[in-house]
Each structure stands twice: as structure tokens, then as C-alpha cells.
Design a protein around this ligand. Structure first.
Ligand SMILES: Nc1ncnc2c1ncn2[C@@H]1O[C@H](COP(=O)(O)OP(=O)(O)OP(=O)(O)O)[C@@H](O)[C@H]1O
Ligand SMILES: [Mg+2]
Length: 214
């Protein structure tokens, strides 16, 4: 059994990650692949329970350190119960956010300890980094506008102010530049169709999709 592939979608609020993760999952399924579409924070029952602590309530509800620890408890559960079993049975896993979001939100933008984050990455993620990470880049003013148009109660991070979201964008750009073998920057300012085309060419270039079995 060939181990599946792992793709993560990363970037700021309202950049279009969830829209495009669903489109990529559909395309891969149409190619005959088994796809597990999941998200962070969340992706397993325990991690979804922790998600509610993170995405609801006041913007300053948690320190960056507390957020990092809750996120890594959730990520451990997600990896153990959802991601690793799926990859082991040959499925492709598409995760709407993963460990880079902690680097960017709690580290670069939140001022949390990068040493703590690195230690947790080693203990929890280990060797199971995504094969490909698509980093959506968009002016945060535009992203926050899109996210506000979408509505919903899970908007705690949207309330952190424009300066936070500008640091966030720079953080994502820096981490993508530091790991070019894993990360591809995606210009998220175009139409949904233009972004979808950019993603499909990145996937085909990095992880050639086998033709469906005859
Ligand atoms: N390329 C695009 N151009 C304009 N609007 C878009 C585009 N892609 C998505 N949208 C719209 O913008 C809003 C945010 O998109 P989406 O929920 O996919 O973003 P997201 O990156 O998942 O956001 P979050 O980080 O908050 O989960 C949605 O209403 C969606 O329909
Ligand atoms: Mg989303």
C-alpha cells in the first residue's frame, strides 16, 4: 500500500483557503483518489472540542503561549486519530490549516516563543510535515473584508486588528521563503477560478497525480 500524500492550506483570514481546499478535494476525487478533507484547529472529535476554545470569545482570551499549547494538544489528537491513519491507508489528506498557522499566528504575529513552537513541532509533528503546503498571500484588509462578508460566530482571530494581520502576512511569507521545497506561495487576490488554476498547477508540478486506474 502506497502511503497517501499530505497537503496543507495556509494563510490569513478570508484568503480563500476553505473554498479552494474543497475544490482541490473534488478534483482529486474525480481522479479516483481517496481524499480526507480536514481542518485545524479540529479534524477529530477531541480537537474540534478544543477548537471552540480557540475560535470563540474575546480576541485577548488567551496568551500566545496558552494558544500554542491548546493548538498542539488539538494537533496531536488530529494527527493521531485522523491524519496518520488516513495516510497509512493510502488516502490523500487535505488540511485547511496545519502547523504553519501556529508559526505565523502565535509566533510571528502573536509574539509567542519560537523555541516552544519548535519543541512542540518536534514532539508532535515529528516527520509528518505536509508533502506540499500552499501559502495563500493576500492583503489582509481585503481578506478581513471577505471574511466579514462570510459571517459566522467563529471570528475570534478576525478581531485582533489590522497590525496583527499585517505581521501575520509577513510571517507566512517568511516561512514559505524558508522552506521552498515544501511551500508554494499562491497569489490569492485573483478570482476563485484563477486561484484554483494556480493550485492545480502547483499540485501537478510537485505531486504528480496518477491517472485513474482503467
Ligand atoms: N478568490 C476569491 N475572490 C473573492 N472572494 C472569494 C475568493 N475566494 C473565496 N472568496 C470568498 O471570501 C470569503 C472567505 O473565503 P474562505 O472562507 O474560503 O477563506 P478562508 O481562507 O478559509 O478564511 P478563514 O481563514 O477565515 O477560514 C467567502 O465568502 C468566499 O466565498
Ligand atoms: Mg476557512
Amino acid at each position: 500500500m502506497t502511503r497517501g500524500r499530505f497537503i496543507s492550506f495556509e494563510g490569513g483570514e478570508g484568503a480563500g483557503k476553505s473554498t479552494q481546499a474543497a475544490r482541490l478535494a473534488d478534483r482529486l476525487r474525480a481522479r479516483g483518489l481517496q481524499v480526507v478533507a480536514t481542518r485545524e484547529p479540529g479534524g477529530s472529535p477531541g480537537a474540534e472540542a478544543l477548537r471552540r476554545l480557540l475560535v470563540q470569545g474575546e480576541a485577548d482570551r488567551w496568551s500566545a503561549t496558552a494558544e500554542t499549547l491548546i493548538l498542539y494538544a488539538a494537533r496531536d489528537d488530529h494527527l493521531t486519530r485522523t491524519i496518520r491513519p488516513a495516510l497509512d491507508r493510502g488516502a490523500w489528506v487535505i488540511s485547511d490549516r496545519f502547523a504553519d498557522s501556529t508559526r505565523a499566528y502565535q509566533g510571528a504575529a502573536g509574539g509567542g516563543s519560537t523555541a516552544l513552537i519548535a519543541a512542540l513541532e518536534q514532539a508532535v509533528v515529528g516527520a509528518d510535515w505536509p508533502d506540499l503546503t500552499l501559502v495563500f498571500d493576500l492583503d489582509p484588509a481585503l481578506g478581513l473584508e471577505r471574511a466579514a462578508g462570510r459571517g459566522g460566530a467563529d471570528a475570534r482571530f478576525e478581531g485582533k486588528g489590522l497590525a496583527f494581520h499585517q505581521r501575520l502576512r509577513e510571517g507566512f511569507r517568511a516561512l514559505a521563503a524558508a522552506e521552498p521545497a515544501r511551500c508554494v506561495m499562491i497569489d490569492a487576490s485573483g478570482s476563485p477560478e484563477a486561484v484554483e488554476a494556480a493550485i492545480w498547477s502547483a499540485v501537478q508540478a510537485r505531486l504528480p497525480v496518477p491517472e485513474p486506474a482503467a
